[in-house]
Structure formats: structure tokens, C-alpha cells
Design a protein around this ligand. Structure first.
Ligand SMILES: *Cc1c(COP(=O)(O)O)cnc(C)c1O
Length: 368
């Protein structure tokens, strides 16, 4: 601690200096996060001090959390869904597997079946929960091989995971096939739609990935990605309204007697922000945003291929990947690279069409 405090001027000029070191979104092509929508910022500020960890003190904010879950239930074809607002995909995935494990507490050495493309949050979840992670190979399209997944299920399998919109290649696993397999084995089936959950429903031809499919138990979705909310906003949605009560523990000093969440103190601000964007834009508004992002993705792929840089995959969502030399990327653009060393660009809402053209022109000149 400083002995003496700092003046407001001094403090905020120091902060401004630090903030100026952060990257400008104009050049960020690597992130699944984006600039929050203006209604998200306004809602966030309005609910800044609210704590969903003690909902009896903030019943109004708590009702917004219910509404958010309700919106996702409706969007994912399960109007009576349960769930709660998490801090993001990582927490949703941990909690889904925690629930799956709790429901099969008699299994001594539990395992979970995940695609090789699963997000690294499943590694954290398995570490914390003492689960053995069985990775299913992918097919040529970077999708989980459902046949191989079925072969890997054994008596100790407590859950299977499919991804709707993979982090690296933007692919949707064969969720319908996996759901059938899960149903046949009476297996808990978690769909990680952290990214795709706010893209797929708004596509012109949405691939089924949600509770419309028999066998899907839970879905993770992140409003702080394509939902243009403020950070941190995630949601774990359960087909059964009260499914999460299995995780309840007693809470001695709060306005509620029990809780199943992972965090204790939980921010209401990003929950209000997430709901603000959804209710402001509505289905049609979200469809327009997603349609713009998909068009930009297609334009980027076509433009790169014209420059002799071929795609690595044809994605289901707005994540484009390329076979490209790392040295070909001019500064100050920020891109990312997959484990297989493919160039990866996420066409988020802040990556406007003119940014794609600017990038294409820069990379074209750079290696011309
Ligand atoms: C982003 C992402 C996660 C992790 O979400 P966080 O919000 O970063 O915790 C998990 N799964 C998938 C598929 C993701 O894209």
C-alpha cells in the first residue's frame, strides 16, 4: 500500500497511461471477446454494486438472472430450462462436469469423454474434479468422431462432451449423433456452446446442437463473446429446471440457505448487460450481427485464397483458419495460431468489413 493516497488527477493519468498500452480493437483479429454493446455498458454501470451471491438483498437483479436463463431456454428449445449466470465458459464447463460427477457419485474412478478439440477449460475441470479425460480423435473436418466416442464409453464414464463451435476451427461436432449415443447409454451429455451458442441459432441454416436434440443434458453459452456483453458473462443452462440443486451446499450467513454456484460473491452487472443486449437487439438484431460476421468470414477466406493463402477448414461459425507462414503477418495486426500452427482469425462484431479489407491489403502488399 502507498502510505499516502494519490490525487484523482494523478491516479487517472497513471491509469490512462497504462490503458494506452492495451491494444486497439481495430487490430485485434485473435479474440473471441469484442467491444461491449452500448446498452451492455449502460446496464453494467447501473448494476455495478449488485451481488448475486446474496440474492435476497438484490431480488431485482436476481430476477434478471432468471430472465437471462429463460431467454437461453427459449433460444435453445427448452422453455423450462434451469441454470445460472457463470463467469464464462470455464466455470460453466467445470460446473457441468461437477454435476455429472455428483449424479454418479458411486463411480470410484470416473472418466469423461471429450473431443480432442475440447477447450483447455476441460483440463482444469478434470484436474479439480479428479476425472480422467478421454480424448476422442477428430475426423478430417476437425469434428469429433461419434463412432469412436461410442467405443470409448465404459462403466466409469460419467459424462460426454461435444463442442458447438470449436475454439480453434469453429466447427460444430455431430451433436445429434452424440445425443443419440448419450441417450442409449443414459449418459450425461454436456454441449460446450460457449462461442457457438450465440451464433448457431442465428445462422440462415442453423445446425441442431441444443435441447431440441434428445440426449443433451446441459449447454454452456458465453454472452461475453458473441453476446457483446461486458466481461465476465457466461451461462450454464440445464434441461431439468432444478438439476443444479444436486450441488447445493449450506450457506450459513446469507439471505439464501443454500447455493450451487462456484463463485460466492457474483457480479450482477454483466448479467444485466447480457440481458440488455439480447432484449435490445432481439432475435432479428442478433441475426443481423451474426449474418454480418459470417459474411466477413467468407470474404476473408475468399480474399486470403486469392492471395494464395488457403483455408485450413470451412468453418460452421465465424472462425477462419489458414495454412500460412507466421512471418507473413504484418504488424500491428494481432492474429492467433492453432496447435497445428494454422493462422486463426475470429471475425467478431468489432472486425468490420473495412478492417478485413485493410488486413487483406496489408498482407497482400507484405508478401507481394
Ligand atoms: C471461450 C471458450 C471457453 C472458455 O470460456 P471463458 O469464458 O474464456 O472461460 C470454453 N469453451 C469454448 C468452446 C470456448 O470457445
Amino acid at each position: 500500500m502507498l502510505n499516502k493516497g494519490r490525487s484523482v488527477e494523478e491516479l487517472f493519468s497513471f491509469f490512462a497511461e497504462k490503458k494506452s498500452l492495451d491494444l486497439d480493437h481495430d487490430y485485434i483479429l485473435s479474440s473471441m471477446c469484442t467491444l461491449p454493446h452500448s446498452v451492455a455498458v449502460r446496464a453494467h454501470c447501473m448494476f455495478m454494486e449488485t451481488n448475486l451471491g446474496d440474492p435476497g438483498l438484490f431480488p431485482g437483479t436476481f430476477s434478471l438472472e432468471h430472465l437471462l436463463v429463460k431467454r437461453f431456454g427459449d433460444l435453445f428449445h427448452c422453455p423450462d430450462a434451469g441454470g445460472y449466470a457463470t463467469s464464462g465458459g470455464t466455470e460453466s464447463n467445470i460446473q457441468a462436469l461437477r454435476l455429472a460427477k455428483a449424479l454418479r457419485h458411486e463411480v470410484a474412478s470416473p472418466n469423461v469423454i471429450v473431443p480432442a478439440s475440447a477447450h483447455f477449460s476441460f483440463k482444469k475441470a478434470c484436474d479439480i474434479l479428479g476425472l480422467s479425460m478421454q480424448k476422442v480423435p477428430l475426423d478430417r473436418d476437425h469434428r469429433m468422431d461419434a463412432g469412436k466416442a461410442a467405443e470409448m464409453i465404459d462403466a466409469n464414464t460419467v459424462a460426454m462432451v461435444g463442442v458447438a463451435g470449436t475454439t480453434e476451427y469453429g466447427m460444430v461436432d455431430p451433436i445429434a449423433d452424440l445425443g443419440k449415443i448419450a441417450d442409449q447409454h443414459d449418459l450425461f451429455f454436456h454441449v460446450d456452446a460457449a462461442f457457438g451458442g450465440m451464433v448457431i441459432p442465428f445462422l440462415d441454416r442453423p445446425v441442431p446442437f441444443d435441447f431440441a436434440l434428445k440426449g443433451v443434458t446441459t449447454v454452456a453459452v458465453d454472452p461475453h463473446k458473441m453476446g457483446m456483453s461486458t466481461i465476465p458473462a457466461g451461462c450454464l443452462v440445464t434441461r431439468e429446471k432444478d438439476a443444479l440443486n444436486t450441488l447445493n451446499i449450506d450457506t450459513p450467513y446469507l439471505t439464501v440457505k443454500q447455493e450451487y454456484t462456484l463463485g460466492g460473491t457474483r457480479p450482477g452487472a454483466p448479467v444485466a448487460a447480457a440481458l440488455a443486449v439480447m432484449d435490445y437487439l432481439g432475435f432479428d438484431g442478433m441475426k443481423a450481427v451474426v449474418s454480418g460476421c459470417m459474411k466477413n468470414t467468407e470474404r476473408l477466406i475468399a480474399g486470403m485464397e486469392t492471395l494464395g493463402i488457403p483455408r485450413a477448414a470451412t468453418p460452421d461459425v465465424n472462425v477462419a483458419t489458414f495454412v500460412c507462414d507466421q512471418k507473413r503477418i504484418p504488424l500491428p495486426w494481432r492474429v492467433s495460431w492453432t496447435c497445428q500452427k494454422h493462422l486463426r482469425i475470429v471475425c467478431m462484431p468489432h472486425v468490420h468489413a473495412d478492417r478485413i479489407e485493410a488486413f487483406l491489403s496489408d498482407i497482400g502488399e507484405y508478401h507481394a
